[in-house]
Design a binder for this molecule. Sequence first.
Ligand SMILES: [Cu+2]
Length: 112
Amino acid sequence: MSFRRIAAIASTLVGALVLSVVMHAQAPPAAGAAKKEHAFKGKVEAVNEKGKMVTVNNENIPGWMMSMTMTYKVDKEAVLKDLKPGTLITATVYEGDFQTLYNIKVTPPAKK
Ligand SMILES: [Cu+2]
């Protein structure tokens, strides 16, 4: 590979990292303090029951994460059987933790 090509790849990788850092709130390490909770709201895009993961498009959550599609672990895998693409959910998430959705609840469909 040419140096130019390597430099181009490297700058793409750095760009992606910087973007990710910007879009995910950087919580200062709060030693001893309880982590701040955020209310998570989103729409399921994919469920991986085997891997115990769910891909969700979340609404913007100020101080936690901008609106995006991401794959998460779940705290209780039993909920996965209630989820399918298009399911609206709420969950609890914590400051600085962008990996796991806690206490997922299916949003009841709006009454007609
Ligand atoms: Cu994200």
